[in-house]
Write a protein that binds this ligand. Sequence first.
Ligand SMILES: NC(=O)c1ccc[n+]([C@@H]2O[C@H](COP(=O)([O-])OP(=O)(O)OC[C@H]3O[C@@H](n4cnc5c(N)ncnc54)[C@H](OP(=O)(O)O)[C@@H]3O)[C@@H](O)[C@H]2O)c1
Length: 311
Amino acid sequence: MSSTTSTSTKPATFRAAVVTQPGATDAISVLDLPVVAPEPGQVRVAVAAATVNPVDLAVRAGVFHQAGVVHQPEHTGLGWDFAGTVLEAGPGVDLAPGTRVAGLVGGLDRDFGTYAEQLVLPASDVAVVPDGLDLTEAATVPLNALTALQLVEILGDGDGRSLLVTGAAGAVGGYVVPLALERGWRVTGLARAADEEFVRGLGADFTVEQTSGWDVVADAGALQEQAVALVRDGGRFVGVQPSFLPAAERGVSIEVVSIMPDGAAIAGLLERTARGELSARVAEVLPLDRFDDAHAAVAKGGVRGRYVLVP
Ligand SMILES: NC(=O)c1ccc[n+]([C@@H]2O[C@H](COP(=O)([O-])OP(=O)(O)OC[C@H]3O[C@@H](n4cnc5c(N)ncnc54)[C@H](OP(=O)(O)O)[C@@H]3O)[C@@H](O)[C@H]2O)c1
């Protein structure tokens, strides 16, 4: 599968930041990994921007290794969403070199990720970035907007019922609110006091209090059992932690979103972002080598918008 015998001038290796010692202080190493050619249906991209998401901190901390979800013998890939440009299309893929794309690498148990100079993934998991949308902004859209879209598909139509979105000012919650409003939910966002203007600006009601009695709680803040307790008897809880389901109580149904890559859906979300209907929030852009600084900032909490790493 190695393409190092190619006659092209592409380098034989690329740099990637991966987890080599899960749970250790120096969990992440930058390695030179061999370039591989895309197989049929795949595309090889040059990463221009890789988004830092909370799940990356959990992978680094070894949470999923301990939970038996990740089994990588040597190193574990970091990073889910990215934007960049096509370097090489595999057989059957109609994406010209240089095309601007954004996309998503799904799943936790993998040895590669978006914290890298390049990436090979299914072409069906990427979307062309519309003109006028910067690659740094585009990188922040796939994971969180698609998770929100798929969560709202689980919710279905609201028909005026009450929905509490926890973490409404976060990356996932900030997309769940407008997408649920469009489906007819009466949405209230639970967030920090300083987030009131942002949440109300999305068109939702706002609360900082964990009051109970909601028909449905969409737990984008990952409050888990605390959020289940806010659902009325017999209502619904839709969570965001597929590996850690909270216990059911009082007839409350427990559902969970587990993102599935979907390039066509990402394309729609990017188009909506380019038109200004959905937001792309960038907190700070850092060089890839500063992954520790980005992770430390995210670990502190209170960051709004995403850190983006540039290889
Ligand atoms: N299942 C999936 O497929 C999937 C996909 C993507 C993400 N996720 C998960 O979804 C969760 C949210 O991700 P994210 O990227 O949106 O995180 P995020 O941007 O950090 O958003 C979480 C938000 O919740 C707020 N929050 C936490 N506790 C709160 C409380 N008690 N009251 C009010 N607000 C509170 C945080 O505020 P502060 O920053 O001030 O604490 C933050 O604004 C994470 O657990 C992530 O791993 C799951």
